[in-house]
Design a protein around this ligand. Structure first.
Ligand SMILES: C[S@@+](CC[C@H](N)C(=O)[O-])C[C@H]1O[C@@H](n2cnc3c(N)ncnc32)[C@H](O)[C@@H]1O
Length: 435
C-alpha cells in the first residue's frame, strides 16, 4: 500500500478496513503477507476486533456465501459488496456485537468503499437476517464451509469422518506450546503458569505439550525471552516421538524452516550433525532466530539454503526428516485464508514437488537409515497415495509401522485429522532404507 492509499485508508471505518483485507485475500495474497501492513492502519484500541472479524469471516467464508446466495435475486458480481455482506452476517450470527451497530457500521463501510447506491441492499439483507437469526444460525452451522473442489476431495477421502472434519475445520485451533525440556519440565512450566494465574492443561498425546485455555500475546508468557517454550501444534510435536534416537547421528531436516521440528530435535537429542535445509532464505532466518532464542546448542547445526529437489549430501546421512511442502489442508483452522487461496489445480503441482523431493532425499540416505515423511495435509493424494507410489518405485524401502494409539492407520503411514480442542491434521510415514 503506498502512502496516499494509506492515508485514505485511515479515513475508513473498521469494517471497511476488514473488507479491504478480505479483498486482498480474495485477490490471492496470503493473510500473513498483508496483515501487518493493514493492521497498522487500525487504531490500537480496535486491533483485537479487526483481527477477530477478519479471521472469523475467512473461517466462515463459504458458509456465509452459502446462506447469502438464496437472499440475492441475482449474483452481485462485486467482491467488495459480497465481503460487506459476509462481514455483516458474521457479526450478527457469530459475535456479540449489538445488531444495530453491526448493521450501521457495515452499511457505512459499503458507502465509504464507494458503493452508496448498493448500500440499501446490504442494509435490507442484514436486517432480514437480524430478524431471523435462529434460522440463519442453523443454516450456517449446517453448511460444510468448503470450496467445492475441497468438499469433493474430502468427501471422497474421508466419507465416515467428513461431517466432523468440516465442523472442526471451522473452529478456532487451541494455542499449544511445546516446553523446551533443556530448560524446564512440563510440570514445572505448568506450575509457573499456575502461579501467574494462566489457565493451561497438559496435552494428551505429546508429553511436552501444553494447551493454553486463553489466547493472548505469547511473548508476554513467562520464559518466552529465555526460550522456555515454542508455539507448536500438538500433532506436530509427535514427530520427535516417532524418530529413532538421533544422538551422534547425521540428520537432515530437508524442509526445515521456520524450524519447529529442527528445534524439537535439538531439545531432545545431540546429533553429530544436523543439516537444516530449506529453499527459502527468509524463513531460514526465522529458524536461526528460533534456535537462538531457545538457547540450543548450534555447534553441530548447519543451515543450508538449497533446493531439496537437487541438493546432495557430502556425507552418509542416518536420518532424514522430510516435512514436505503441502496443501496445508490440515491447518486451515490456523490459516483460514487457505480456504480461499488454495485452488484444486495447486494439488497436482504440490504432489509432483513432494515426489521430486522424496526421490532426491532418498538418494542421500544411507542403507540402514530412515526417513520420516510428514505433511500437514488431510488429502490422501499427498499422503497415503504419495507413499504407495514411493514404495512401488523403491524396492529398497520398507515401512517402519508407527505403533501408536493416535491417528488412523493407513495402508502406508498414519493420519491425524484436526480434532476439536486438539491438534491439526498431520500425516506421518516412517521408511527404512534396507538395501
Ligand atoms: C511444512 S513447511 C516446513 C515446516 C518446518 N519443518 C517446521 O516444523 O517448522 C515446508 C517447507 O518446505 C520448504 N520448501 C518448499 N519447497 C522446497 C524445496 N524445493 N526445497 C527446499 N525447501 C522447500 C518451504 O520453504 C517450507 O519452509
Amino acid at each position: 500500500m503506498n502512502q496516499s492509499n494509506q492515508s485514505s485508508a485511515k479515513n475508513l471505518n473498521l469494517r471497511a478496513q476488514v473488507v479491504k483485507t478480505l479483498l486482498a485475500v480474495q485477490n490471492g495474497q496470503s493473510l500473513a503477507s498483508v496483515l501487518n501492513q493493514h493492521i497498522n492502519i487500525v487504531s490500537e484500541r480496535d486491533r483485537g476486533l479487526y483481527h477477530e472479524l477478519t479471521l472469523g469471516c475467512l473461517r466462515q467464508w463459504y458458509s456465509l456465501k452459502a446462506i447469502t446466495l438464496p437472499l440475492l435475486t441475482k449474483p452481485l458480481d462485486n467482491e467488495a459488496l459480497e465481503s460487506c455482506l459476509y462481514l455483516g452476517l458474521y457479526q450478527i450470527l457469530c459475535t456479540r456485537i449489538p445488531v444495530h451497530a453491526a448493521i450501521s457500521e457495515t452499511v457505512n463501510a459499503a458507502k465509504q468503499l464507494g458503493f452508496e447506491p448498493m448500500s440499501g441492499l446490504v442494509n435490507a439483507i442484514l436486517r432480514r437476517v437480524s430478524r431471523e437469526t435462529d434460522e440463519f444460525q442453523t443454516a450456517l452451522n449446517n453448511t460444510h464451509g468448503l470450496p467445492s473442489w475441497l468438499f469433493k476431495r474430502l468427501k471422497k477421502d474421508w466419507p465416515d469422518q467428513f461431517d466432523e472434519i468440516c465442523q472442526n475445520l471451522k473452529q478456532v485451533a487451541p494455542l499449544t506450546l511445546r516446553v523446551n525440556e533443556r530448560q524446564v519440565s512440563r510440570n514445572e512450566y505448568l506450575d509457573i503458569l499456575d502461579e501467574e494465574q494462566i489457565d493451561a492443561r497438559p496435552c494428551i498425546l505429546s508429553n511436552v505439550g501444553i494447551v493454553l485455555e486463553q489466547t493472548g500475546n505469547i511473548t508476554h508468557l513467562p520464559g518466552f525471552e529465555e526460550g522456555g517454550f515454542s508455539v507448536q501444534d500438538e500433532h506436530a510435536q509427535l514427530c520427535a516421538t516417532i524418530l529413532p534416537n538421533l544422538d551422534d547421528k547425521v540428520v537432515v531436516d530437508a524442509c526445515a524452516a521456520p524450524g519447529g521440528k529442527t528445534a524439537h530435535i535439538l531439545e531432545r537429542y545431540n546429533p553429530k550433525k544436523l543439516i537444516a535445509l530449506d529453499h527459502d532464505a527468509k524463513r531460514l532466518l526465522r529458524l536461526s532466530e528460533n534456535i537462538e532464542r531457545l538457547a540450543l546448542d548450534q555447534t553441530e547445526v548447519e543451515i543450508v539454503t538449497a533446493d531439496a529437489t537437487t541438493w546432495q549430501a557430502e556425507e552418509a546421512v542416518d536420518c532424514i526428516v522430510l516435512d514436505a511442502p503441502c496443501s496445508a489442508t490440515g491447518v486451515i483452522r490456523r490459516h483460514p485464508d487457505i480456504r480461499l487461496l488454495r485452488q484444486s489445480t495447486d494439488i497436482a503441482q504440490t504432489v509432483a514437488l513432494q515426489h521430486q523431493i522424496l526421490q532426491q532425499m532418498w538418494q542421500q540416505l544411507k542403507v540402514g537409515g530412515s526417513m520420516l515423511y510428514i505433511t500437514c495435509s488431510i488429502l490422501k493424494v499427498e499422503n497415503e497415495q504419495q507413499m504407495a507410489t514411493f514404495f512401488a518405485e523403491h524396492s529398497d524401502a520398507e515401512e517402519i509401522k508407527i505403533e501408536a494409539d493416535w491417528g488412523i492407520e493407513q495402508t502406508y503411514g498414519r493420519q491425524l485429522l484436526p480434532y476439536l480442542h486438539s491438534g491439526d491434521g498431520f500425516y506421518y510415514c516412517h521408511i527404512k532404507k534396507v538395501a
